[in-house]
Ligand binder design. Structure first.
Ligand SMILES: O=C(CO)[C@H](O)[C@H](O)COP(=O)(O)O
Ligand SMILES: [Fe+2]
Length: 222
């Protein structure tokens, strides 16, 4: 496992989406935040836009679905060709069935936890997913400050995966920057979403490499 950098396009220049994706073509994924104004108090884009990002073939798509009724809508994102599909466990009635459906469509599957959702009730099903996404802000908006109170949860998730011998990816999303990425990597994260940090930088590609280097310098298992 190596360090994975997945910049969020949430606050990029949407009128030049192709140009923005090309700027970060040295990243591993494009992190695409789907919000439905029900699960979170914000609205972004849905399947037709995501399909076009997949078809542009610039970067594999890492879809972060902040939508209600994930059971109903998430498999379509895998079918659309997203490389990775992450649903929120708080929005899924049957997370195991949903995770299997997404995997059956050929995508990697992620399960996301809001800041107040604990990992412990889900330890038994860690082998049903490829990735756990630990939100380090309340989901809904970019540009929020990193919640360092989430670091113990990252650590406990990495320990649980190790105990069970599972090769689990742990993604962190929200307020990840040059100032916070090392703490996340040190706690056990290996997949890093950064929106503002990358797209507000003068040189987005250089920022991706800086974040990668900082994370790699402390990530034990990367
Ligand atoms: O899921 C998200 C918000 O719910 C975004 O991926 C996240 O906030 C990225 O933006 P930033 O790096 O600016 O915090
Ligand atoms: Fe996200």
């Amino acid at each position: 496992m190596s360090v994975t950098i997945s910049p969020s396009i949430l606050n990029c220049d949407i009128l030049d989406l192709r140009g923005e994706l090309e700027k970060i073509s040295n990243a591993d994924f494009a992190h695409v935040d789907v919000m439905d104004n029900h699960f979170v108090p914000n609205l972004t884009w849905g399947l037709p836009v995501v399909e076009q990002i997949v078809a542009a073939n610039i970067l594999p798509v890492d879809a972060h679905l902040m939508i209600a009724d994930a059971d109903r809508w998430a498999p379509a994102y895998a079918e659309a060709g997203c490389a990775s599909v992450t649903f929120h466990v708080e929005a899924a009635a049957a997370p195991i069935r949903l995770a299997r459906e997404i995997r059956n469509q050929g995508a990697r599957v992620g399960m996301a936890l809001k800041p107040t959702t604990s990992i412990e009730p889900f330890e038994e099903i860690l082998d049903e997913v490829d990735m756990i996404l630990i939100m380090t802000v309340e989901p809904g908006f970019g540009g929020q400050p990193f919640l360092s109170s989430m670091l113990p949860k990252i650590r406990r998730t990495r320990e649980a995966a190790k105990r069970r011998g599972i090769d689990l990816a742990i993604q962190v999303d929200g307020g990840v920057s040059q100032q916070t990425i090392e703490q996340c990597a040190d706690a056990g994260a290996d997949v890093f979403v950064a929106g503002s940090a990358v797209f507000k930088a003068e040189d987005a590609a250089a920022e991706v490499e800086t974040l990668r280097t900082l994370a790699a310098s402390v990530c034990e298992h990367c």
